[in-house]
Design a binder for this molecule. Structure first.
Ligand code: NAD
Length: 426
């Protein structure tokens, strides 16, 4: 890890999210040419705001939650990135997530920098009233630095369209006019975009389809295992099933189910939506969570949280193709093991970029107050994702490097060219 890890306010380990990010940047330095002199800029967030979020609970007590908004890099445009509500959120995690947003937006060539936010809270323990209060107070506190032209939040783990609606309303009340462009992932009748809910999962499918084609892996009959059955994992799994693949293992926070014949995806999705998890679905055999990593499959989709593919798990994964729906699911040592074993990894910074791409469409539509059809959205998404994937694949072939390093090479070059052309002020 480089000296720049010595920021005084975080203490990353090699496998922690920020430590993982730093080592990913180090790996790309040899491919940056003269731009490498600007590389330190990638290892330092531009701005990190920590806020106290106090609310009065339904029972009259006062609770305080810690919230963050980190703007990692804004050389190419306003900050863009989701807001995560999770009891384990830390500043370091939000920093890494914001940095991955910088790389992701540049990898698909969107005119954005990277940002991310979070609150250390388990939203499942809050009433709807308390959830709204937490969301609004947090939005007010970070209102100092967000805005349609400065930093545009979106949903992430445990946040959704309703939370985006409250954020948009709070920001609009504070600034005195309706600002639909301040967040994306909003409900459709509040300036949201058709296709946004499924966009990340669709992008995972599109990049997976492109990778599979190049590997000669036929999707018809391919065995798919998915960890995380939320917004990203369930949609990606559904699209693979529609393309003829068999989803043979699913894991979420309630447990792990396997089905050798392949799950009935619409039925499993409906069950999980109604019950808040997959456990109890009748057509699946319950197995230990650890057994998930032993399931025989061709395609593995980690779509839950970061740090899930450890070195130990990487040694036993049977898939030929790993599609990183989640952010940061593979630690660097595991990345090397997968590469040695000939497993192709489509990295998060391109694989799950479908969400931010349609967020960009939403933002553009909000400014022009002119909305596209779902077909138009999906076609544009497909075109952008395929174009970005082609470019990254060619970079990988040119330098004989992993797709992750190739994605970083393409993205970091764009970010640092912008940095150099803008120059340092003063
Ligand atoms: P979500 O809240 O909709 O779903 C998360 C899923 O992960 C749930 O099924 C949950 O049960 C499962 N999960 C949580 N903890 C788990 C554990 N310990 N073991 C197994 N499963 C567990 O979240 P999401 O929006 O689908 O996001 C999932 C990942 O994708 C995150 O890493 C997120 O940053 C990333 N991502 C999301 C988007 C988006 O548009 N939603 C975009 C890019 C990246």
């Amino acid at each position: 890890m480089s000296d720049s890890s010595a920021l005084s306010y975080v203490h990353p380990s090699p496998t922690s999210p920020w430590g993982t990010y730093l080592s990913q940047v180090d790996r790309v330095l040899p491919y940056l040419g003269h731009l490498a002199r600007w590389s330190e800029t990638l290892k330092r967030p531009k701005r990190a705001l920590i806020v106290d979020v106090p609310i009065e609970m339904d029972n009259g007590t006062i609770a305080h939650y810690e919230g963050y908004r980190v703007q990692h890099n804004m050389s190419r445009g306003p900050g863009k990135g989701g807001v995560r509500f999770h009891p384990d959120v830390t500043l370091e995690e939000v920093m890494a997530l914001s940095a991955w947003m910088t790389v992701k937006c540049a990898a698909v060539n969107l005119p954005y920098g990277g940002a991310k936010g979070g609150i250390r809270v388990d939203p499942k323990t809050l009433s709807r009233n308390e959830l709204e209060k937490v969301t609004r107070r947090y939005t007010s506190e970070i209102g100092l630095i967000i805005g349609p032209h400065s930093d545009i939040p979106a949903p992430d783990v445990n946040t959704n369209g309703q939370i985006m609606a409250w954020m948009m309303d709070t920001y609009s009340m504070n600034t005195g006019s309706t600002a639909t462009g301040v967040v994306t992932g909003k409900p459709i009748h509040l300036g949201g975009s058709l296709g946004r809910v499924k966009a990340t999962g669709r992008g995972v499918f599109v990049t997976g389809r492109e990778a599979a084609r190049r590997m000669g892996l036929d999707l018809r009959g391919a065995r798919v295992a998915v960890q995380g059955f939320g917004n990203v994992g369930s949609v990606a799994a559904e699209l693979f099933a529609e393309a003829g693949a068999k989803v043979v293992a699913v894991q979420d926070h309630t447990g792990t189910l396997v089905n050798d014949k392949g799950f009935d995806m619409p039925a499993l999705m409906a069950f999980s939506r109604d019950q808040g998890g997959i456990m109890g679905f009748k057509d699946g055999e319950k197995v230990d969570n650890d057994a998930f990593w032993d399931v025989k499959c061709d395609i593995l989709i980690p779509a839950a949280l970061e740090g899930q593919i450890t070195a130990e798990r990487a040694r036993k994964i049977s898939a030929r193709l790993v599609l990183e729906g989640a952010n940061g699911p593979t630690v660097p040592e595991a990345d090397d093991i997968l590469a040695e074993r000939g497993v192709l990894v489509v990295p998060d910074v391109i694989c799950n970029a479908g969400g931010v791409t349609v967020s960009y469409f939403e933002w553009v539509q909000d400014f022009s107050s002119f909305f596209w059809t779902e077909d138009e959205i999906n076609q544009r998404l497909d075109r952008i994702m395929v174009g970005a994937f082609d470019h990254i694949w060619a970079k990988g072939e040119q330098h004989k490097i992993s797709l992750r390093t190739a994605t970083y090479a393409v993205a970091c070059e764009r970010i640092l060219i912008a940095r150099e052309e803008r120059g340092l002020y003063p």
